[in-house]
Design a protein around this ligand. Structure first.
Ligand SMILES: [Zn+2]
Length: 359
């Protein structure tokens, strides 16, 4: 399965590199129907103070809270007029401004992607809590994995914001945060390879952080080059995935639990095909990108379950290296205590909630 994973990932990343130049083509907003509709709508509603004031008075609060201005509203309405025209002509509906037409909900542009991004965020929050509960605070990589969880939480937060409202700032934050999440995963691999060598780990952390800061600085303050950002993200993701798979292959006999890491990498690799094979949204709600976000919901559960197992393994290894009597039992006992504490805490929380309900 692992070699299949490597081959599959190489194929997916090559395919993604191939589609980079075609990502921003959107003939819908360049069509005659759209342009005519937009000129009329914009001229009628958005060009004079009186018209703008009428527009703001008539606009539902939720749309103004979600920063839909007059021009955006015209674009949204004209997009659906154009979709109707395409249907009447019996031709395929194209993208508009680089996106498929989506039915907005409560002012959110891509509600399905928002919901699935929030589920990913929630999964990472739950697993960060579980990790803190079940992993020993003295275990190697204890703080590293929490840092990775925070990077993922940050990335999914900005993904939810960006899919709610696509403006330049939210788009840049989403792209940069997603790159940060992938880079943090690669950092975890490097730190794991250098485990129990704190100075080398520190040097690797500083090097990766410096590289990331340079990348963000270039994008934010020099030029936001989408192609360059995508190439960097794909390169980091490819090295990260192949690296983790090779590491799993190497240690699989001693560390049986690494199947969780390998499965996570293979799962993400398989889901990347959704980004390659884009299609018109089902019911104007579910497109390939939203399904890619739905598919990654189980990832933090699998990934941090691996992280918990790995910190247990490393704790045992540290104790074994110190050559104390019956090492594995001691480590097991310590971890058992921690697990019991978490179980007790969870049971206590549930009991407390039950008591409150009874009252
Ligand atoms: Zn997204």
């Amino acid at each position: 399965m692992l070699w299949f994973g490597v081959a599959q990932l190489c194929l997916c990343f090559s395919a993604l590199c191939y589609i980079i130049p075609t990502i921003d083509a959107s003939p819908g907003d360049g069509s005659w129907v759209f342009q005519k509709c937009f000129r009329n709508c914009n001229g009628r509603n958005c060009t004079t103070n009186a018209a703008l004031s009428r527009f703001h008075k008539a606009q539902p609060t939720v749309l103004s809270v979600m920063q839909w201005n007059c021009e955006d509203e015209c674009k949204y309405q004209c997009m659906w007029q154009s979709v109707e025209a395409y249907h009447k002509d019996g031709t395929d509906v194209p993208q508009f401004y680089g996106k498929w037409p989506f039915i907005r909900l409560l002012g959110m542009q891509e509600p399905a992607s928002v919901l699935f991004s929030l589920l990913n965020l929630l999964g990472n929050v739950i697993m960060l809590y579980k990790f803190r509960c079940y992993a020993l605070s003295t275990a190697p990589m204890y703080y590293c994995w929490q840092f990775a969880a925070l990077c993922a939480i940050n990335a999914w937060f900005w993904a939810a914001v960006f899919h709610s409202r696509d403006v330049l700032f939210t788009e840049h934050m989403d792209y940069v945060s997603a790159t940060g999440m992938v880079a943090s995963s690669l950092l975890m691999l490097i730190l794991r390879l250098l485990v129990l060598r704190p100075w080398l780990q520190f040097a690797a952390f500083v090097a990766v952080l410096a590289g990331f800061i340079y990348h963000v600085h270039y994008l934010m303050f020099v030029r936001f080059d989408y192609g360059y950002n995508m190439e960097v993200s794909i390169a980091v993701a490819a090295v990260n995935s192949v690296g983790w798979i090779l590491w799993c292959l190497y240690v699989r006999k001693k560390q049986k639990y690494v199947w969780k890491a390998a499965l996570t990498i293979c799962l993400v690799g398989s889901l990347v095909t959704l980004e390659v094979g884009d299609f018109i949204p089902f019911y104007w709600v579910f497109d390939a990108h939203s399904l890619w976000h739905l598919g990654t919901v189980p990832v933090p559960f699998l990934w941090f379950s691996f992280a918990i197992d790995d910190t247990h393994y490393l704790s045992r290894k540290v104790i074994e290296d110190q050559q104390t009597p019956k090492p594995s039992n001691i480590a097991q006992d310590v971890m058992g205590d921690k697990k019991d504490n978490c179980d007790k805490k969870e049971k206590g929380d549930k009991k407390e909630k039950g008591d409150k309900k009874d009252k």
